[in-house]
Design a protein around this ligand. Sequence first.
Ligand code: CUA
Length: 368
Amino acid sequence: MAGVSLFRFYIPGFLKTFTPFATAALLIFTAGTASFAAEPQATPTPEIHRIADIFQPLSRPAELLLEPTHLVLLICLGIFLVVLAVLAYVLIKFRPRGPEDHLEEPPQVYGSYNIEMAWTVIPCLIVFVLVLVSARSIVEIQDRPMPEDALQIRLIGHQWWWEIQYPELGIITANEIHVPVSSKDGKPRPTHIILESADVIHSFWVPQLAGKTDLVPNRVNHTWIEPFKTGVFLGNCAEYCGTQHANMLLRVIVQTPEDFQKWVENQKQLPSEPKDVIAIQGKKDFYDLSCVACHKIDSTPAEGVFGPDLTKFAIRQTLGAGVAANTPENLHAWLFQPDSLKPGCYMPDMKLSPQQLDSLVAYLQTLK
Ligand code: CUA
């Protein structure tokens, strides 16, 4: 009886065990195609590549990874199907055939030289092939020589936002990387990205542009992107880095060379002085309050480096590293209680009065 009841117990048990695996497999398969976070939208912008699909790369390093990705998935699918087929065969072939079935002991088999050789050699060969294919891709991506005129970006991960510096252009911004589009067949115009961290380990990942690369404290990592299409590419921090890891969103805004040049020119100019009375009051409030301790606005006494540079804050699409669209209402909510939009973030609640909120919102909107 034990055998029969054991068997009856195992079938639903197997199904129960299998369900979470199937769900996990489904999640892993859809993760690559998952859309990143809700889409905040302030001003009309170029096409947004909403679905961050690793199977539709639109940049060279991501494209170089597609072939090995397909190969690995294919091999894993093959292994999965073989294991599943053997399991199904055994379950059906050796099912109990009657109440007396358990009384008879099955033939006891020990060892098989051929089978053991097969399941040792075949996996070794598979691993060997995967190592060779991965090594080729790694070398191809890491050793890619960057042309002289490649754009240089220094990307620094902070809890929980991205600092973006263009050392050759003298530009500092946050959370939205602007780069020129490259030509797939013509002259390449890649962007070389130097990755650093100010606190803990973060990871740069814009699925349609490049694979993940970590930003590690006290270490300098490198990656590059070479997008073939203009538009906004959504990315995310891909290494758990604390409470607001999921809201450490990143945008890569790929522009035509002309639009990129216009953006560069604008970034280099100082924002015009506020003219509106409320905004003028806002500027005064900004310097009277502790905003200046953490934020920088070019050519002003605001020299803080703990938070994002706000020199051209108003032309950014989002605030709080992608947590909300950069609209006056959201900015109001953000300054009133940063925690309500991004719980645990390091922007303190300054206990601002309604008048201070209005004037600061008015002033920050002039920074463009
Ligand atoms: Cu930064 Cu996760």
